[in-house]
Design a protein around this ligand. Sequence first.
Ligand SMILES: *[C@@H]1O[C@H](CO)[C@@H](O)[C@H](O)[C@H]1NC(C)=O
Ligand SMILES: *[C@@H]1O[C@H](CO)[C@@H](O)[C@H](O)[C@H]1NC(C)=O
Ligand SMILES: *[C@@H]1O[C@H](CO)[C@@H](O)[C@H](O)[C@H]1NC(C)=O
Ligand SMILES: *[C@@H]1O[C@H](CO)[C@@H](O)[C@H](O)[C@H]1NC(C)=O
Length: 316
Amino acid sequence: MKILLFSVLIIVLIVACHCKSDCDKLADILTKWNVEVNWNTSDGCCASSEVIFCNSKNDITDLYLEGKTISGDLYDIIGEFNSLQYLCLNNNNLSGPIPESIGNLKELKYLDLSNNKLTSLPDSVSKLNNLEYLYLQNNEIDSELPSKIGNMENLIKLNISNNKFHGNIPDSFADLHELRYAVMNNNELTGNIPSNFHKLSKIEELNLNSNKLRGEIPVEVGQNLNINNLNLGNNFFFGDLPKGLSYETLNLEYFCVENNYITGTIPESFYTDNTDICNNNSQKDMKSLPSSANRSLNSKLLIILINIIVIFYLLF
Ligand SMILES: *[C@@H]1O[C@H](CO)[C@@H](O)[C@H](O)[C@H]1NC(C)=O
Ligand SMILES: *[C@@H]1O[C@H](CO)[C@@H](O)[C@H](O)[C@H]1NC(C)=O
Ligand SMILES: *[C@@H]1O[C@H](CO)[C@@H](O)[C@H](O)[C@H]1NC(C)=O
Ligand SMILES: *[C@@H]1O[C@H](CO)[C@@H](O)[C@H](O)[C@H]1NC(C)=O
């Protein structure tokens, strides 16, 4: 009998813990964020506004809270809105880490946290395998890309530009077989472009400008027939641009490799009259890119050489 009572108590407790409605939880968060809660909580939030949408069980599915001058943390409790499909908190003043619990939002299709001051991205984000759009640009995220990022098998658009992402691009990145836009410029990514990049068969835009990537540009980047916007400028790539059949079918609208250590000329198969080369058609006419980077490399070598001569002169 005691055991039975105890079990009933436990069950009641468990049920009670799940009793708090999404609207009540949202009211708690908004209060912490100093955002006015303008619905009568006993009626719920679902029918009360144009920024909150719910399903028939009154679970929140869409939350559009962009540009509400919200300051503070993105609290763990955000991971308890299990029915969320669209979450927009962009253009606020959110700071601190994106919580681990974000990985619990299994229904999420659209996540926009851009233009805040968020500082880290948890690996758990790679559990969001229904996510199609991930916008994190213009934050202060100082993380590596999750090693299992390839598990986000429905991802179409990724924008992480203007952050402090560092480390290598994980090999699993190439498993993002629905990815069309990979905008990753202005970060601190290192290492090579993974040579399995040709697996990104739907990629249209790849922007890696202003990172710390190095190595030769793999021919695999050009084995992609859908790519029309390829920006690899301002890195440490070196060597000749890969020539070969795979590039003959490229039809780039935008192509940029400026400020690397790339030698030789841009193979003519890379561009048509309509290709915009780093917004600068005069560079295309030169057919030798990027002259400024070559010059600076040559002048660096010259300075090193002069230094060596001076040291020898002083020593002997
Ligand atoms: C909220 O709604 C309940 C029930 O409809 C009502 O009794 C209460 O007065 C309302 N409160 C406010 C602040 O409007
Ligand atoms: C943004 O948040 C920081 C704390 O994280 C605070 O010091 C600052 O005043 C906030 N800015 C605005 C415009 O609310
Ligand atoms: C990515 O974010 C940058 C910075 O805000 C923006 O300029 C760019 O248009 C975005 N690109 C895409 C494809 O979303
Ligand atoms: C275009 O390239 C030329 C020659 O390299 C350079 O002098 C000029 O400043 C460039 N213009 C722009 C807009 O980048």
